[in-house]
Design a protein. Structure first.
Length: 226
């Protein structure tokens, strides 16, 4: 399995998912010599990245049989479904759809909302974009009230006796990491550079710190810079 990525982009989200899942993968860095120019996207051997993705953007997940997946929501949900025991997405239909709903929200309302802030556009456009993002992040801050993560998952709890012998299992619902959290953390990592104000959004800031402390996230961030 290969993950095509660029440091500092949304491809951090599926890398976090892969690290959380514990799935072996090869990371292929896509270089970008001409920002915004598809011809500037190159693979390590110097070939044109458009041979992998004609639209010339990351992430791309390439399976061992050569099939490829594009778009963050599709990629991270596919990764989650490979390891259902890790509960990276709820397994019930409604819960799974709620995670997809949030992934789409992050992609359309947050991820794309940053686009003007990385472009040469009038200051008024950037001010409007920051206001839009602040409003959306404020809603998420309310959603995170009293929660460690965005959704509850069914945790498999082992019951053992005093000598360590397994007595049985039971499921317990509780706030757990899902792939939607990895995507949210990814876009939150852009807020300082883009000068998006998160002041007072205490639940969201606590979530960001909690995510940054996860070992899989720390591994993903370290690998981004290699």
């Amino acid at each position: 399995m290969k993950l095509y990525y660029q440091s500092g982009t949304c491809s951090l989200s599926p890398r976090i998912a892969l690290e959380e899942a514990g799935i072996p993968y090869e990371a292929v860095r896509v270089t970008n010599q001409k920002m915004g120019d598809p011809e500037g996207q190159r693979l390590p051997d110097g070939s044109d990245f458009r041979a992998v993705n004609p639209l010339s953007y990351v992430p791309v997940l390439e399976l061992d049989d050569g099939r490829r997946l594009f778009e963050n929501p599709a990629i991270v949900l596919y990764i989650a479904d490979l390891v259902p025991e890790k509960q990276l997405a709820p397994q019930d239909s409604f819960g799974h759809s709620k995670v997809l709903e949030r992934l789409c929200f992050i992609g359309s309302e947050l991820h794309m909302g940053f686009t003007p802030l990385f472009m040469d556009v009038p200051d008024a456009v950037k001010t409007s974009a920051r206001g839009h993002l602040r409003h959306r992040f404020s809603w998420l801050d309310q959603e995170l009230q009293g929660r460690d993560y965005q959704f509850d998952t069914q945790l498999l709890i082992e019951e053992r006796d005093t000598t360590g012998n397994l007595l049985g299992h039971h499921h317990q619902s509780g706030p757990g990491f899902t792939v939607a959290d990895g995507y949210l953390f990814t876009v939150l990592s852009w807020t300082e550079f883009a000068q998006v104000d998160l002041a007072g959004l205490t639940n969201l800031l606590a979530f960001r710190a909690r995510m940054a402390a996860r070992p899989a996230v720390q591994r993903a961030l370290a690998l981004e810079n290699q």
